[in-house]
Design a protein around this ligand. Sequence first.
Ligand code: AMP
Length: 232
Amino acid sequence: MVEGTSRIVGPVILLGPPGAGKGTQSKRVEQHYHIPQVSTGDILRQNVKADTVLGHVAKEIMARGQLVPDELVNPMVAERVREPDCDHGFILDGFPRTAAQAGWLDAFLEHEFFDNLQPHHGLLIVIQLAVDYNELLLRLTGRRSCPTCGRIYNVHLQPPKVDELCDLDGSRLIIRPDDREDVIRERLNAYAQLTQPVADYYRSTGRLKSVNGDLPVDQVTPQIFCLIDNTL
Ligand code: AMP
């Protein structure tokens, strides 16, 4: 494993249900490979916070644990990955979340990123984090995040050193509004119905790699790095 490699990577797609550890692992990939994490959930939350037109529409949908329509999310992703920091690769966290988004992404990457690179399918790395349902519930109900630096904690599994405060900057940790139990169930339902077919789509085209996301965070990370290194 090369620490802080600057080779061209990906794009990398991290798939998995809410609570699988996509956010935590994406941040580690971002640091190790120097490619930005593109989290559609984070971008939508920023829009809600800034009260943009998109944020205004997305707010209620997100509060119900449902998916924001593709017509809004796809252009948002296009705009983000066209930024220059994505030129050497990026890691998608929370996208694609429907089979239609996956089809859109293939077409988009084909046109905008893979024009001169063959064979392009080898360059797209799709990694699924597979996690047991009860473990997901435990992770989601215990999840806290830092509003300042975005670091994620879990009161059961990965508590901060000082109760409710971020280890890095001391900010008071927050619970996401969609991490309430009723909303969590809705989000897991949306995953089973709409996002599981995305994994099937990549599996059927031979591009899906799977990692056991039930393992402790520090054991999952090297497996992800290994899969990425083997594709480079
Ligand atoms: P996340 O932070 O990835 O769990 O996303 C939080 C919420 O943002 C989801 O429950 C959806 O309401 C919305 N969202 C995030 N990514 C997408 C996406 N790719 N498509 C539709 N809605 C999304």
